[in-house]
Design a protein around this ligand. Structure first.
Ligand SMILES: NC(=O)c1ccc[n+]([C@@H]2O[C@H](COP(=O)([O-])OP(=O)(O)OC[C@H]3O[C@@H](n4cnc5c(N)ncnc54)[C@H](O)[C@@H]3O)[C@@H](O)[C@H]2O)c1
Length: 378
C-alpha cells in the first residue's frame, strides 16, 4: 500500500502539511468543495484555523483559470484571514471561500442561495462576508439561507460597506507609522501617494486631506480619479503607479491590487513609509527584508487593513458602528507594538506581525483544552 504522506502532492500538501516539515500555519483544517449543477455553483470553502473561533472571511467570486487555481487562492486567502483576525484581537479564526466563474455572467439568486445553504451546512464553523466580486446585496441574498453571514445591508441588520472602517484603520496604521518614524502621528505637510482610489482609497484620501497631508493619487479608472478630484481639488494626480512611486513622497499607500511591492518597485520607491489597504502587498518572501534594507518602514498589510473585518465581525452580535470604530482605532496601538517588537527581535515588521499572530493563536487557542463541561465550546 502506498503511504499517503509520500503520495501527497500539489494542493493536498497545502492542506495536510505536517508542522514538522513546514512553517506554522501552512496546513488547513478543512476544505469543502460545493457543487450544484443546476445553478452552476462551484465553490471552495477553506477553513484554515478555528483556534480562536469560527473562521471568518469573505467570498471571492472570480473566473479562475483553473479549478486548481481556485483552491490555491482559497487556501492562501484563508490563511491570511487567520493571521489578520488574530492580530486584530478578534475571537475569530480564518477562512475564505471562492465561487468559480464570472460573476457578471453566472451570478443569480438561486446560485447565491445554493451557496448559502452550503455555508449553513458548516453550522457556524465558517462565517462569510463580501470580497472581490461579491457585494452587500449578495450577502442579503445569501442570508436568506444561512445565519452565518456578515456584510449585509444596514436595513437588514448588517454592517454595510466595510471600506469605511478599512480606510479608517489604514489611516490609524499610517499615523502610528509616522509616530514611529518622525516622532509625531500627524501627516500634516507630508506628501502621501495613494495608488488606487476605489472604495477604500477614496475614503483614505478624505482622512489624509483632513489631517493636512499633501495627497497625490493615481488610478487606472479615470472616473475614480475624477471623483476624488471633485471632492478634494487640492489633490494632485500622477500619470500611473510607476510615476507615483518615483515621485517625491513621504508615504506610499498601495490601495489597488496585490503584489505592489516587488523587485521592480522597491528599489525606486522614494517614500520612507509604506502603509496601504491592498492585500498581499509583498510580491514574494524576502521583499520585506529588501524594504528594511533600504530603510523603508513597511506596515504589514493585514495589520493596516483589518478595519474592514473588524467592521463586519461586529455584526455577529448585532452591529454597532461606534463600537466597531473604537476597535479599529486600536490598530494604531498594535502598529506601534509591532514596530517595537520588530526592533527588539531584529526582524522586519512583517515577521514580527506573523509571530505575534501565531503567538495569540497558540496561547488563546490552547485554552480550549480546559474542559468546560456541557459547553458548546468544549
Ligand atoms: N474594501 C475593503 O473593506 C477591504 C478590506 C481589506 C482589504 N482591502 C483591499 O484593499 C484594496 C482596495 O480595495 P477596494 O475595496 O477599494 O477595491 P476597489 O476595486 O473599489 O478599488 C481598487 C481601485 O484600484 C484601481 N486600480 C486597479 N488596478 C490599478 C493599477 N494598476 N494602478 C492604479 N489603480 C488601479 C481600480 O480602478 C479601483 O479604483 C484591495 O487590494 C482589497 O483587497 C479592501
Amino acid at each position: 500500500m502506498t503511504d499517503v504522506s509520500e503520495a501527497r502532492s500539489g494542493v493536498l500538501s497545502r492542506i495536510f502539511a505536517a508542522e514538522a516539515d513546514t512553517a506554522p500555519g501552512d496546513s488547513h483544517e478543512q476544505v469543502v468543495l460545493c457543487h450544484d449543477r443546476d445553478t452552476g455553483l462551484k465553490a471552495v470553502i477553506a477553513i484554515h484555523s478555528t483556534a480562536l473561533g469560527p473562521a471568518l472571511g469573505g467570498t471571492r467570486f472570480h473566473a479562475y483559470a483553473s479549478e486548481e487555481d481556485a483552491v490555491q487562492d482559497a487556501l492562501n486567502l484563508a490563511r491570511g484571514m487567520s493571521y489578520k483576525n488574530a492580530l486584530a484581537g478578534l475571537d475569530l479564526g480564518g477562512g475564505k471561500a471562492v465561487i468559480i466563474g464570472d460573476p457578471t455572467k453566472i451570478k443569480t439568486e438561486a446560485l447565491l442561495r445554493a451557496y448559502g445553504r452550503f455555508v449553513q451546512s458548516l453550522n457556524g464553523r465558517y462565517v462569510t462576508a463580501c470580497d472581490v466580486g461579491t457585494y452587500v446585496a449578495d450577502m442579503d441574498v445569501i442570508a436568506r439561507e444561512t445565519e452565518f453571514v456578515t456584510g449585509r445591508s444596514p436595513e437588514n441588520g448588517g454592517a454595510g460597506d466595510s471600506s469605511v472602517l478599512t480606510a479608517f484603520g489604514v489611516f490609524q496604521a499610517m499615523r502610528a507609522s509616522a509616530q514611529h518614524r518622525w516622532g509625531t502621528p500627524s501627516l500634516k505637510g507630508r506628501r502621501v501617494g495613494v495608488a488606487g482610489v476605489g472604495k477604500v482609497g477614496h475614503y483614505l484620501v478624505e482622512h489624509l486631506v483632513e489631517d493636512g497631508a499633501q495627497v497625490v493619487v493615481t488610478d487606472v479608472s479615470e472616473a475614480a480619479v475624477n471623483r476624488v478630484r471633485a471632492a478634494h481639488p487640492s489633490v494632485e494626480v500622477a500619470a500611473d503607479t510607476p510615476a507615483l512611486i518615483r515621485a517625491d513622497l513621504d508615504v506610499y499607500a498601495p490601495c489597488a491590487l496585490g503584489g505592489a511591492l516587488n523587485d521592480e518597485t522597491v528599489p525606486v520607491l522614494t517614500a520612507q513609509i509604506v502603509c496601504g489597504a491592498a492585500n498581499n502587498q509583498l510580491a514574494h518572501p524576502g521583499v520585506e527584508k529588501d524594504l528594511a534594507d533600504r530603510g523603508i518602514l513597511y506596515t504589514p498589510d493585514y495589520l493596516a487593513n483589518a478595519g474592514g473585518v473588524i467592521q463586519v465581525a461586529d455584526e455577529i452580535h448585532g452591529f454597532n458602528f461606534e463600537r466597531a470604530k473604537a476597535k479599529a482605532a486600536k490598530i494604531f496601538d498594535t502598529t506601534l507594538e509591532i514596530f517595537a517588537r520588530a526592533e527588539a527581535d531584529g526582524v522586519p515588521p512583517a515577521v514580527a506581525a506573523d509571530r505575534l499572530a501565531e503567538k495569540r493563536m497558540a496561547e488563546v487557542g490552547r485554552l480550549r483544552t480546559i474542559l468546560l463541561p456541557g459547553s458548546r465550546r468544549g
